[in-house]
Design a protein around this ligand. Structure first.
Ligand SMILES: [Zn+2]
Ligand SMILES: [Zn+2]
Length: 236
């Protein structure tokens, strides 16, 4: 039962994902501000998980994928939740239906997970879109998430990467084909000249699928002098 003062401080709020009315203290953490039906559709990744790619894994050691194809440049990935049907639906609304306001709650979940994982980057960046894709969509969802993460962690955002080759859809390709299609797909943005690169970088992306995109971004940053590169994705 709630104490009288708990009732008083729990003003009715709106679920930041679906907008339905429910009561939660305005200063409650993101997971407590979600309505029960949204919360039920999201499955946070909790330990044990693979220390490298951040997927749920029965033992706290490298998963099979990471044992076979370990990126030399990407130190570690943190994924907030499993990419099940409700997160897929939210991502579709966010990316293709222009629900850009979702960047705020999603970014809040990401910043919280990164902090809990004990990763302390110095600069935040994101996986860039190819200019053609950017023109089609009008915004880069990873950039919006990175802005929110940087704002919450009080870190600078460095827009240093650019995509010089469009990458065709990856789903039906083998890992080797994906890697060679991605090789050299990114470079340092000419506008990044003057940015101090010898920092601990965090690369933000919406979803971690095979990790090849993030590994390639990490490679580009490392080649430019980055001290360490970790990544953060909303779904894994
Ligand atoms: Zn909701
Ligand atoms: Zn792994």
């Amino acid at each position: 039962m709630r104490r009288w003062w708990e009732k008083w401080i729990a003003a009715p709020g709106l679920c930041p994902l679906c907008g339905s009315v429910h009561s939660a203290a305005v200063w409650a953490g993101i997971w407590d501000r979600l309505c029960s039906s949204c919360k039920a559709g999201l499955h946070q990744i909790r330990p044990p998980c693979c220390p490298l790619c951040g997927r749920s894994w029965p033992v706290p050691s490298l998963c099979g994928d990471c044992l076979r194809h370990r990126s030399r440049d990407l130190e570690r990935n943190v994924g907030v939740l499993r990419y099940t049907s409700f997160p897929k639906e939210l991502m579709r609304l966010f990316k293709y239906r222009g629900r850009e306001v979702l960047a705020e709650p999603l970014g809040e979940m990401m910043a919280e997970a990164l902090f809990a994982a004990g990763i302390r980057p110095e600069v935040v960046t994101y996986v860039p879109l190819h200019p053609d894709r950017m023109q089609q969509r009008g915004f880069n969802q990873s950039e919006l998430l990175a802005r929110e993460v940087a704002r919450r962690l009080n870190l600078p955002l460095g827009s240093v990467l650019e995509r010089i080759r469009p990458t065709p859809p990856q789903s039906r390709r083998s890992r080797r084909e994906r890697m060679s299609a991605l090789s050299g797909a990114f470079r340092l943005n000419p506008r990044s000249a003057g940015t101090a690169m010898d920092k601990k970088w965090l690369v933000v992306d919406d979803v971690y699928t095979t990790g090849s995109t993030l590994a390639e971004c990490a490679k580009t940053l490392k080649a430019a002098g980055a001290k360490q590169v970790c990544s953060l994705t909303w779904a894994r």
